[in-house]
Design a protein around this ligand. Sequence first.
Ligand SMILES: [Zn+2]
Length: 331
Amino acid sequence: MTAPSPPLRKPPIDGAADVLRVHGYAALAPGPRLVVLGGVHGNETCGTAGIERIVARLDSGALQLLCGELTMVPVANPLARRQHTREGQRNLNRLFQPTPAGVTPFDYEARITDRLCPLLARHEVLLDLHSFQSAGEAFAMIGPRDNDGPLEPFARAVEEGRLALHLGTPRVVEGWLDIYAAGMTQRGQPLTDAALAFGWGTNEYMRSRGGYGVTLECGQHDDPAAPDVAEAAILATLRLLGMVAADPSQAPPAQPALLRLVSVTDRDDVGDQFVREWATFDAVAEGEPIGVRADGRMLRAERDGFIVFPNDEALPGTEWFYFAVASERRL
Ligand SMILES: [Zn+2]
């Protein structure tokens, strides 16, 4: 006779006692509903700092909310922030959908997502504040153009583009989910709803709920100017939406360079190496060498364009770099 096996115990979830801090301001006059997130990735602190400055200005009366609702979450992933890492147990900005009813959230980020989704869903505009690893200038990311296709139907591209325009970055990048899906197809992964859901971040969820959202990459993680970029972006959004007084001295925004993601290339082998150190938005001409595969095959630019999110430490089978081209879209 064998002894009964001990009951299965789930490992404790770190940070299960965490509390999300949410700053909410509701003007008596109705108006737009804006939600601002900082710290979706724990080592990205500029959004937190920018939000705290706006909270201080609102609380002191230096800034007055004229209409609508403003909600700000300075640290969206407290576990990742405590660790000062990008992720807690995984990337909060993937699989951003509520856990189905009756199912136990499977990790820490799922618990946060379950809190944030209903919060986002009662707003119509999302500004998600991030920073990045490599050197470079701030840029904004927007979603698809208006479409009624199966992947990401959308009807608010004009408003979303206008918001990105007013954030004032020199570059705006469009097209994420379709390239994510193309990458899955390249890897031979079936495009099931569940698999595609992994590509969903905060913005994709927001769009699925009838709203729109822009991700602002405010600069390098430790750039002392990044909190200024974050603060200015919140203010610019509030002004654009008419939620705070306009600044009459402000010049109209200049058209940014708009780039459209067109492909993703996976690193297949640790022997795959770039021919040089690339930075995001480095321009390449058609035929220019980008990297060398482990078997010696040269990888060249498919057309004139730009290297985006190069990752020379990518694990085999994951994204090595994205490729973007100049977009004809105007914001
Ligand atoms: Zn980030």
